[in-house]
Structures are given as structure tokens and as C-alpha cells.
Design a protein around this ligand. Sequence first.
Ligand SMILES: Nc1ncnc2c1ncn2[C@@H]1O[C@H](COP(=O)(O)OP(=O)(O)OP(=O)(O)O)[C@@H](O)[C@H]1O
Length: 873
Amino acid sequence: MPIKGNQFRSNSFKEENEPRKPGSKNNAGGERPGRERISKPIAERLPVFDLRDGRAIKIIGLFFLVLSVFFLIAFTSYIFTWQQDQSYVSKANGGWGNLFKTSKELLENGVNSPMVDNWLGKFGALLSNQFIFEWFGVASFLFVFVFFIIGYRLLFKIRLFSVSKMLAYTFFAIIFTSVTIGFFHAFIIDYPHFLEGNFGFWTNRLLAAQVGQSGTGFILIFLALTVLIIAYNIDFKLPQRKDKATPLTPADGEASPEPVELVDEEISLPVEWPRNGGNRVKDMLAAQGAAAEPLKQEPLQQMPLQQQPLQQTPVYHEPVVLKPEVSHEPQEETEIPLTIDVERPMPILNIEKSDDDKAKSLVEQFGMYDHKLDLASYKYPGIDLLENYGAAKIAVNSEELEANKNKIVETLNHYNIEIDKIKATIGPTVTLYEIIPAPGVRISKIKNLEDDIALSLAALGIRIIAPMPGKGTIGIEVPNQNPEMVSMRSILATEKWQNNTMDLPIALGKTISNEVFIADLAKMPHLLVAGATGQGKSVGINSILVSLLYKKHPAELKFVLVDPKKVELTLFRKIERHFLAKLPDEADAIITDTKKVVNTLNSLCIEMDQRYDLLKDAQVRNLKEYNTKFVNRKISDPEKHRYLPFIVLVIDEFADLMMTAGKEVEQPIARIAQLARAVGIHLVIATQRPSVNVITGTIKANFPARLAFRVLSKIDSRTILDAGGADQLIGRGDMLLSTGSDLIRLQCAFVDTPEVERISDFIGNQRGYPSAMFLPEYVGEGEAGSSAKEYDPDDRDPMFEDAARLIVLHQQGSTSLIQRKMKLGYNRAGRIIDQLEAAGIVGPFEGSKARDVLYPDEYSLERYLEELQKPRD
Ligand SMILES: Nc1ncnc2c1ncn2[C@@H]1O[C@H](COP(=O)(O)OP(=O)(O)OP(=O)(O)O)[C@@H](O)[C@H]1O
């Protein structure tokens, strides 16, 4: 994989992009770039300021930043120099009208001191006088803050606060501060002062005249509290104010803590050609720059609807009202008085309340359980570790668009198919031409022309979707001549990704309309990835893993990685102590051996069963509820419980496993796929060979979400998606996602090997847990048989009896229980469980299930242990 990734960057990608650079485009024609530049008309060389290309926005941002600094200097200076400048700014001597007069004119007008002391001169003095004295007093300093935030947002595209919220709150703060200062100042002086400004002073006067000084005070207190409630929803039980809670669950939408430079998502709007419409794409593109927008906003359905004969006169039926069979006597007579027995205690409620109280007091005492505490200083990987490939924008080639449109229309006309309208939506790799056929044209006729259209366009990978689901059009997807790379960075930098609150968000790529597509693996709940070799499967898996690493804390997510090819997932070895889970006796966290895969899958089944027991005990239905309850300390027996991270099992070459282990692998996978959703175990399975003996019926039935990269035959496409289409993709990350009902064409996000390496290094170099997370121990059938021994009282472990009591108490015959509760190593715990089996206290090993415990209670166990103590004859 590393070699492939590098090859891609150094060769193919750069070459492909080159023609889009203006210089290299000219080179193609064989001309020297210098000469070409000279011959350009002057108008073309002038900078074009277009709001959409971001330059104007940057200039506005810069303007606001400068304005904020200007205001800050002028206002600060005013505090020190207002007295000196007073004569200039006062109505009699100065004012705005004098700003543009020369000193001589001013002297002629009788202004004694045209020189001002404000650090920003006459303008600074007048401006600060206007804001501070005439308007809002010192509260005007908040304008500095407002301008800075707006400027910073526009220039750096970094969102420090929500601008609309900030504007609302600062607007309130300016008025409130001015009036409040005026309120207090009124007790000392009786004329306007620069602290509150004219606004603060006169508003107070007005309020005092209407409701008196005390009334004004109450209004101010009310306003302050109202805003605090709106902003923080403050709790008025002040003495037991809540501790500042740590974020609860993954759903709290926690993003990486550092501010991220946001990239605006560029969604392609369709370009439309109406019937008999001229050649307007060029004009439109020229007028609007690169982004494509609709030519005409005519409603699509208008034409067909108008042509429908409207002969039917609507027939209106009288609505039938069903009357309830009740007597219409006055209500008082039928009304039965309802008595509520308030005195009687309600036992169930009381119990719940006491539990709640207990949880509350625990939370007050220790705070909420912080599952991230062990790695509290963990830093999420920053977006800078990713590379920005290609332009973020789609370069539209208007000639290509026009030519393709003409060819489609010609081919259809050739077969006497008339169309009403055609429109194009430009995506990163393909352009979707949607056509509305003239009334009376049969859809099947167009569908049958797939090969003819492909021939006329001389392009691979043409897909006809007839009809487009939910649209009433026919779609023809035509690959772009210069496909656009969708970099992972361009997706993770969007607001959509930053603000998403999914449990397991995966950034899959961009849709045909250039829209960022993010899916929730937790909802899928498992994903089957298939595609022929070299079509982008490994890159796809890397993007899935990387996107999860960007959103999740090591305490919230663990991967179990299976990589029979031994090279694909090795990059993730460095994050073993943070994000990986493995069997306790395993040296390597990334599993490459088939035998070990079987053990790991069975171990995951045990983990799944244990998690279900925990959920049952906590009386919740899924992992999210369980973790919320655990964090809020609402689980009655916390000793037995633990915070449960999501587990994502990734198998890179599933075909290989199925060939070597077959049923042994299929069974636990089917079991996990069927049941593990609620307990947070999710599967991502990739295969190169989408044949029916690899993707069997059982597997398919349990994987509603399937991702198909390009395959070589229609049969393969059917095997994966239950539909054709994957054979018509163009490779290089072009893929189809089937979610049961929908089939979406996407361009997979590209993340290269060096980027994955940087992310793994970044995480791996931070402090981690002492080891990978241990999965429950599982001993394969052969191994179990060999370890079973005859019971020998002389060879008994000193902890034998304690272990027996523990197991009977929990009614769970598992080595990991002994390991955990008695703090023993895996080998010793394994020996003890063998001895317990030999002594007949636990049953034999049963694969993925825990062993049976043969004594139902401690009393019977004690009697049996006593018996074992007695010397044998
Ligand atoms: N999303 C993408 N965008 C652009 N190019 C891509 C994308 N995904 C893959 N490619 C190109 O395709 C090449 C092969 O991709 P990848 O290694 O993921 O294929 P594969 O299906 O895993 O192959 P194999 O099964 O042999 O491992 C990459 O080196 C890259 O050049």
C-alpha cells in the first residue's frame, strides 16, 4: 500500500491536474507560455473581483480587523484626552462639519484649537466622542470586540463564536451596560458623562420618570437574569450548583479541541438546457465563474402538467361526520368527581427517587464519572496532518459539458426520442445529465440505449438511471475528463463534519452534486466493502479508520484489526495502546493468522454476551443509554460495571479468511452482525472477490449497508449490491453505497499512506494506556481438550476455593472474571479454571459461551468444598 499511495501522488495525480493550470494548458498547444501571456488582451489580465471567489470576503474581513484596531486606539485615547479635545468636538467649536476644513477656515470660524490630542487625530476624536459621549459611553468598547470577531471569521475562516449569537448578546450588552452605568451614576451626578454616554443617561432619565429609580433597578435585574437564563439556562438552586460537567457521551458532539479552519462546502447546482434552448452554458459559466448554477429556475413539472387534459370536473362529496354515541346532556350530571389519594405512598416512585438521590449525591461528591480521565491530556489529531490535494473547487469545462449534452441529445434524436429538458449536475468524477423526455416516450427505450450513448460519448463508465428515484427524470452519468480528487482534508474541514454529532461518523466522500457525505457507522450498523483489486478499497478503509480517529477519544473506541495480507493495516500498529483491542495472550494487536482470527471472533462474541448481561443488569436497551447511566453514576452496582467503548472490527481481506476457515469464521461473524448493534460492536468487512461463496447469504442478510468499488462484471455487482452498476464505475475511489433502499454514487475521500502514518505517529507518540484493551479470553476447542486434567487435590492452586466462590456467586464460569476480580495473570487464571472443571464446579469449555456453573448457590458449594477437604480412602 505505501508504494501505491506514493505512486499516485508523484505520477498520475499531478499529471492529471496539470492541464488545468493555465500555463500547462497552453503548453499542450505547443506554444511557449511567455509568448502566450503577452498576447492576452488587457481586459483578461485585470483582476476580477468576484464575491464568490473569496477575495472580496477576505478584504471585508481585513477591513473589520483594521476597524477594530482603529476603534480600540481612538477609544483608549479618548479616555485620556477627552478634556483637551473637548473644545474641538463640542458643538460650538467643532463637530463633524469641521472635519474637512483647513486650520485656516477653522480659525476663521472661530475654532480656537484646531489641533487635537487624540492619538488618531481629528477623526479619532470625533469618532470616539460620537460613540462614547454621544451614544453608549464606555460600553462602546464592545464594538471593538464585535469588529474583531467578524473580521477574524471572514479573514481566517475560523469560527471563534457563532456570529449571530455574538451579535445579539453584544447588542444587548452595549445597551445594558450603558443604562446600568447611567443608573448608578445618577446617584452621584446629574449631567451626561462619558462613562454611560448620552444614551445611558437619557434612557435612565426616561425610565426614572416612568417607573422611578427603584423600578429602573428592578427592570435592569430582570433583564440581566433573563439573558443569563437564555444563555446558560442557569439553575436557581444556587447553594447546590452543579459542578461543571464533563462532556457526557459521544453524542455531545465533541469535536477536536483546536479551532479548525473551515472550508465552505461547494454544492454543485444543476445547469439546465431547456428544450430548444440556445447554447447558454458557455455564457452562464463565463458570467458566473467556475461554479455551475441553474440557467433557468423553471419548475420542472410545469410543462408535462400543463399538457395534461384537465377535463375532469372534481366531484365533491359531503364529508360524512361520524357522531359519537353519547348523550348531550349537561356535563355536570355525567361528570364523575376524580379523587386523588395524595396521602398514599407510591412505592415504585420512591425507590426510583432514592436511586436518583443516591446518584445525585454520588455526582455531587465525586462529580460525573469521567471515562477520559486516564488520558485526560489526549490531543485529537489536527487537520494539518492531512494534505490538501487538488483544488477544492470543481473546474468546469463548459465545452465538455456542451459537447456531451449535444451528443446525448443527438443519439436520442437518432432513435426518435425527443426530450423536453436536460440539465447537468457536475460532481467530482462524474457529471449527471438529467433528462425529461417528451410526453409519451417510453423509459425502457432510453434504458436500452445505454451502449449507444456510451459509444457516442466514447466514454467508459456511463450509467443510466431510469427513472431517477423520486425525481421523475432519467439520469445519465458521464465521467468527467479531468476527475477531481476529493481529499480527506477538504471533508474534515467542513462545518458539516465539525458540527456533526453522530456516534461513529465516517467521512465517505462527496456525492454527485459535490456535497460532503458523512455516514454513521453506528446506524449502518455494519458495512461490507467490495471491489476489484486496485479500485480504492484500501484507501476507503483508511478513510473510515482515519475519520473515526479524528472524532473519537481512545476511551470511546477500540478497533480490532484483521489483516491477512499483513501489509494493509500495519500503519495502525502505533496506536495499539490507544485504540486497539486484542486477545490477552496475543503479542501482536493486528491479527494476520486465520486461527487467531477465529479465536478473536469468538472472543468478540463473548464480549458481546457480557455486554448484553451488563445492559440487562443496568436495565437499559443500548450502549449509549448504558454509558450515560454509568457516567451519571445511576447504575446501582458500579463494581460490576465499566464504561463500554465502541468496538469496530475491520477485516481487510475477507475472501482469504472464508477460503481458509469457512464456517468457523462465518458463524461468529453472522452472530455478531445479527446481535452486536445494540452493544456497540460494529463490523467493516472488505473483500476483493465478491463471489457468492465469500459473500454468502447469511453474511449478506446481515449487512444492509454495502459499499461497492468498481468490479469487473455485472454478476459481481449483483452479488454485492443486488443490482448492477458497480461494473460501470470508473475506479480510483468511484463507488456506490447501498443502504438497503438507496443507491448513492460517491467519490471516496482520498487519504494517502504518509498522512495515515503522520496521524498514527501523532497519536502513538502521546501517553497511552499500559496496553491494548484486552478482549475476553477464548480457548479454541483443540486447546481446551488438551488442557483438561484429572482433579488432583495436592496440585490445587491456593486461590482455588476463592475462585470457586467467586464463580458461583456470579454464576459465570469465565477465566476473565477470575483474572479481573482476583487480579491474577491470564495463565494462572486459566489453570484455576481447568482445576475447577476437573473438580466438577464448572462445566466443560463451550466455545463462545461462558462455561456452565454446576453449583447454584454458595451453600451447596461450601458443602462440596468441605467434602473435597476430607481425606480420601
Ligand atoms: N479516493 C480516491 N481518489 C483518488 N484516487 C484513488 C482513490 N482511491 C484509490 N485511488 C487510487 O487507486 C490506487 C489503488 O487504490 P487501493 O490501494 O485502495 O486499491 P485496492 O482496491 O485496495 O487494491 P488492492 O485490493 O490490490 O489492495 C491508489 O494508489 C490511488 O492511486
